[in-house]
Design a protein around this ligand. Structure first.
Ligand code: AMP
Ligand code: MN
Ligand code: MN
Ligand code: MN
Length: 272
């Protein structure tokens, strides 16, 4: 089994990197990429711990990026975590994420949550705060009945507590990943609610910017979506990636348990 997309407590996941590795080994995963949002701190944590697991760890990251008015995600796989260009790019997005967290907190304070920033920081346990941490806060404060409603009513694009972050552009992110000797992979292309025309436009721009692959299988998907993405990857000359996008034990797909990649795809990990 191979899983090239998951999250730890260093971003918005609920398992520490070591717990993720243990679960991956249990699920018979042979290659695992930890891809936290805009941070490699989890990878540095693994590097520091001297525990040796029977698994091939691929250095990864999930960058936030701006394409037109859309927030999209780009995976950087097999990156060189010592690359200065990569570190600089990460710092820019980290700053934008921190500014966004302050601004979402201000919006929530106006909506009645006192000390929203302090509370969300407590929930995250670090400053790389993501919207899922705010969703938890909204549930805890009784503003919504569940996690999903928090996104629907407050945190989703255009909702009451949405703050449009600038992020690095698609081109900048792909460039940073390439400078960092990694492969840029367009994450979960079906999740951006794009029309078919816009999806083609996005993939074309991504390829032109120097992107290498698209995530054909990502978390829970329908068979027809997988087949469509496999077709798109071949049509645009992009390699195929696969991952669970696992965040926690309530995620729909456990580590390494995502659907199989169709036979006609060219796996991005073939040379690793
Ligand atoms: P952020 O990078 O802080 O904007 O947060 C993005 C993360 O929020 C994604 O990686 C998901 O984990 C989560 N997320 C985004 N949209 C939704 C949604 N509609 N429902 C539940 N979780 C979501
Ligand atoms: Mn996430
Ligand atoms: Mn994502
Ligand atoms: Mn993800």
């Amino acid at each position: 089994m191979i899983d090239l997309h998951c999250h730890s407590t260093f971003s918005d996941g609920k398992l520490t990197p070591i717990e993720l590795l243990q679960l991956a080994v249990k699920n018979n995963v042979k290659k695992l990429a930890l891809t936290d949002h805009d941070t490699i701190d989890g990878l540095l944590h693994i590097q520091k711990s001297s525990i040796d697991y029977d698994i091939n760890i691929i250095n990864g990251i999930e960058f936030s990026a701006k394409w037109k008015k859309f927030d999209i995600h780009i995976l950087g796989l097999n990156i060189d975590i010592d690359s200065n260009a990569l570190k600089d790019g990460i710092l820019l997005n980290k700053d934008l994420r921190r500014v966004r967290a302050q601004n979402i907190s201000k919006l929530l304070s106006k909506l009645g949550i006192k000390d929203a920033y302090d509370k969300v920081y407590q929930i995250a346990g670090h400053k790389d705060i993501g919207r899922p941490h705010f969703a938890e806060l909204l549930v805890k404060e009784g503003m919504v009945r569940d996690f999903q409603s928090a996104f629907k009513q407050y945190l989703g694009r255009g909702r009451k507590a949405y703050y449009p972050s600038q992020w690095l552009s698609l081109e900048e992110v792909v460039n940073v990943i390439n400078l960092g000797k990694g492969q840029a992979v367009l994450a979960h292309p079906c999740k951006y609610q794009l029309t078919r025309l816009k999806l083609h436009e996005l993939i074309k721009s991504f390829k032109e910017a120097g992107g290498m692959g698209i995530e054909v299988v990502s978390g829970q998907m329908m068979k027809h979506q997988i087949d469509e993405l496999a077709g798109l990857s071949n049509r645009y000359g992009l390699m195929a990636s696969t991952g669970s996008d696992f965040h926690s034990h309530v995620s729909p797909v456990s580590i390494g348990k995502q659907a199989k990649l169709p036979e006609n795809c060219q796996p991005i990990w073939q040379d690793w």
